[in-house]
Every structure is written in C-alpha cells, then in structure tokens.
Design a protein around this ligand. Structure first.
Ligand SMILES: CC(C)(COP(=O)(O)OP(=O)(O)OC[C@H]1O[C@@H](n2cnc3c(N)ncnc32)[C@H](O)[C@@H]1OP(=O)(O)O)[C@@H](O)C(=O)NCCC(=O)NCCS
Length: 154
C-alpha cells in the first residue's frame, strides 16, 4: 500500500479544523475535488516547517486559487490553529504570488467575510479593499454580513 497521501486528504485535514463553523466558509471534499479537476485551479500545501509535506507528512496550511487571464483569485487560505502566527500563511502567499507571476498574473483578488481576523493578514501583505457585496453571508443564523473584495497588484 502506498503511503503517499492524496492532496485532497491533506487539504481537508486542514479545512476541517481551520474554519469557524458558524460562517460556513469551509468547503467540503467534493467542492475541493471538483475545483481541482476543473483546471486553472491550483493548490499549495506547506507543513509546519514551511516545506512541502512529503508523501505521508501533515500539512499545516494550504491555499486554493483559480487563475483566469491575468487575474488569480485566492479562493481559500487556511492554517491549522496550532501552527498559526508562525509565518505559514505568509510563506504560502509568497509562493502563490511567485507562481501567479510565472502565469503572467498581474492582479490577485479575494472575497472575505467582513470581520474575519484574516483582514489584518491580507492588509499586512498589501491587499486593499476594492469592493463590498452587501449581505453576502445569509444562511441559518448568519445574516447581514458583507463580503469585501480585496485586491493586490503583483
Ligand atoms: C488567516 C490565517 C490563514 C493566517 O495564518 P497564519 O499562518 O497564522 O499567518 P502568519 O503567521 O503568516 O501571519 C502573518 C501576519 O499576519 C497578521 N495576522 C495573521 N493572523 C492574524 C490575526 N488572527 N489577527 C491579527 N493579525 C493577524 C499578523 O501581522 C502576522 O504577523 P505576526 O504574527 O508577526 O503579528 C489563519 O488565521 C487562518 O487559517 N484562519 C482561518 C481560516 C480563514 O479565515 N482564512 C481566510 C479566509 S479564506
């Protein structure tokens, strides 16, 4: 039996522990799998030592992004709670920026729930707000939360 883990398993192991379930931001396994077979969707994984996890290794964080023409959308970035504030997301974003540039991308953007503490991370890396969707998050007990679009020129 192979000890090489499916990247979707590694992504899901982070996904299932990184997001506050209140807001429904985490994707399920099918959504991740479908995105990755669509093409133009990319993932990055890093372990707690900022290396790509080897076959059996545990990922500390991941990104999922989608490339269209000269833009890259950062769909998700997440780090396991126990490995936060150690630069994992910073290392992931730097790699993603480098890869995006090699794909001739000139602008990266993302949508973020208003109030997500990740805003400080994005701003620290130069993302600036460029738009707002009012009441974007409306499900269950959550209502009236805006989504903010942030952009970064590469
Ligand atoms: C946002 C997230 C990816 C950051 O990951 P991380 O590996 O802890 O980030 P880094 O260690 O690279 O942080 C770099 C800097 O960003 C800022 N930052 C990161 N997280 C922060 C937070 N929760 N509050 C305030 N500033 C923060 C800080 O300036 C930090 O530098 P410092 O630790 O020296 O102060 C992580 O908190 C996470 O997985 N959150 C849940 C998932 C999520 O909401 N993702 C975003 C929407 S898809």
């Amino acid at each position: 039996m192979s000890d090489v883990r499916d990247p979707v398993d590694q992504i899901m192991a982070v996904m299932e522990n990184a997001f506050d379930p209140t807001f429904g931001e985490a994707w399920n396994r099918r959504q991740v799998g479908d995105a990755l077979v669509m093409g133009k969707c990319h993932y990055l994984l890093l372990d707690k030592n900022l290396h790509e996890p080897d076959g059996a290794g545990e990922a500390a964080g991941f990104t999922l992004s989608r490339h269209a023409a000269d833009e890259e959308e950062l769909l998700l970035i997440a780090v396991l709670p126990q490995y936060r504030r150690r630069g994992v997301a910073t290392a992931l974003l730097r790699r993603l920026v480098a890869e995006a540039r090699s794909r001739a991308v000139t602008r990266m953007f993302l949508e973020m729930r208003d109030g997500n503490p990740a805003e400080a991370f994005y701003r620290q890396h130069g993302f600036l707000p460029v738009g707002r969707h009012r009441n974007y998050y409306n499900r269950g007990s959550i209502s009236g939360i805006d989504a903010i679009t942030f952009a970064l020129d590469l």
